[in-house]
Ligand binder design. Structure first.
Ligand code: NIG
Ligand code: FE
Length: 415
């Protein structure tokens, strides 16, 4: 048995007692803290915590937080970090006036990423995805969901999911895999869309289920991508193979994506930049988690999801990065927190809850991750000393993280 003591914690933040529930409405604004605290890990789990005056005197390893804050690591429930290469040429085209949809229609966007990914080997993709994963872990991410969707052929979708499977076995943090074969219609199927959907249902899904390559199924249900009827068909096929949905909905248009997700018992519906009262009402009467992606709005210059309104009406929301080469080339959660506070008018406490405990719910790992709770896995962030938690989103250009612990062991230490 090995124990690690973190002492002199300025404020231990994000404490919860079990059983806890997905945080909604007013409850999202409460982030429980103990000032001048200690935390003790035993092997990979949180064993105990409390006032510094009650801290144990000895431990196998002692880390002095020197007044820094300790938080649960971020639970990032929506990313696409397996991809071939960046797409800054499209970024420049958008600066010059082209829209995201125009670029996609001309064969750029997702299809551009798919063309590049098809040429790479599983090993090459694994290497670049590992680098991105290591990078976001240094930014404090301690649990992550990763999607396929840049393959769009049987072979390449499976290749992407095999990369995710390798990441799962080689990294110490929980990783959820989502099959997103329905990310875009490949050019060859432009005039026979149903043939591509049949390929997803009859060729991709059986292999994915047989080899246990995915935990969830996703569809980009939006204008110019997949219709509500197509989404329904694909989600039902996924369900027959035991895959629950987590879908892309209402990013570009209010097209019924939220409702079709809810009707298919989606764990989450993600994006929601284009939603109105009807969608908010439908979400209130469901178990489906609305997941909002402010860094995507920032990067594409599109509206932000109406988070304030949703919370004020009693909904719970989850935040995630959407790290991908087209709409969000960043997995940096501290910057996302600034956007959530400034652009969506969330308080720092709401934003942190939305990407810790609520993010854990969106990956169904809330029993072990997402809060400072005795018995949970000790995936933790230690910050530099600061006056209050608000300093993280406030000082949006600074690096706040001093150390990251994964399973109770130091994973990264800032120089
Ligand atoms: O979540 N919206 C769909 N998929 C990604 C972007 C894909 C891309 O442009 O490469 C997203 O924003
Ligand atoms: Fe996405």
């Amino acid at each position: 048995m090995a124990n690690t003591l973190i002492k002199n914690i300025g404020s231990l933040s994000g404490i919860q007692t079990k059983p806890h529930s997905f945080l909604k409405g007013e409850a999202l604004s409460h982030l429980s803290q103990i000032n001048d605290a200690y935390l003790l890990c035993e092997n990979e789990r949180i064993k105990d915590f409390g006032q510094m005056s009650n801290a144990p005197k000895t431990a196998d390893t002692i880390i002095d937080a020197k007044g820094g804050y300790v938080l649960p690591s971020w639970c990032d429930s929506h990313t696409h970090i397996v991809f071939a290469t960046s797409r800054e040429e499209e970024f420049v085209a958008r600066i010059k006036g082209k829209s995201y949809e125009e670029i996609a229609e001309a064969g750029g966007g997702i299809l551009n990423s798919a063309k590049k990914l098809n040429k790479l080997t599983e090993d090459e993709l694994y290497e670049s995805a590992s680098k991105r994963l290591n990078e976001v872990m240094r930014f404090g991410t301690g649990a992550i969901e990763i999607k396929s969707g840049y393959g769009l052929t049987v072979e390449s979708e499976i290749k992407m999911l095999r990369v995710i499977k390798r990441l799962k076995s080689n990294f110490e943090i929980p990783i959820k895999a989502t099959f997103l074969g329905a990310h875009a219609i490949p050019t060859d199927y432009k005039n026979n869309r149903q043939d591509y959907i049949d390929l997803i249902i009859h060729e991709m899904l059986p292999v994915i289920a047989r080899d246990q390559l995915a935990d969830y199924i996703d569809v980009f249900c939006d204008k110019g991508f997949f219709t509500v009827e197509e989404t329904d068909q694909i989600l039902k096929a996924g369900a027959s193979f035991g895959l629950k949905p987590k879908i892309h909905a209402n990013e570009l248009a209010n097209s019924g994506g939220v409702q079709v997700g809810i009707a298919n018992n989606a764990v989450s519906v993600d994006h929601l930049e284009q939603i109105e009262e009807a969608e908010i009402e439908a979400l209130k009467n469901s178990q489906t988690i609305p997941t909002l992606l402010p860094s995507c709005s920032y990067f594409l210059n599109i509206p932000y999801a109406p988070a304030r309104k949703m919370i004020d009406q009693g909904l719970g929301i989850c935040l995630a990065t959407d790290y991908n080469p087209g709409s969000t080339p960043s997995g940096k959660v501290p910057f996302l927190l600034s956007l959530a506070c400034l652009k969506m008018k969330l308080t720092p406490e709401e934003a942190i809850n939305a990407i810790t405990i609520n993010g854990a719910f969106a990956m169904e790992i809330q029993e072990d991750y997402g809060s400072i709770t005795k018995g949970k896995i000790a995936n933790l962030i230690i910050t530099k000393p600061m006056k209050s938690l608000a300093f993280i989103p406030y000082a949006f250009g600074s690096d706040h993280i001093c150390r990251v612990l994964i399973k109770g062991k130091s994973f990264f230490e800032a120089s």
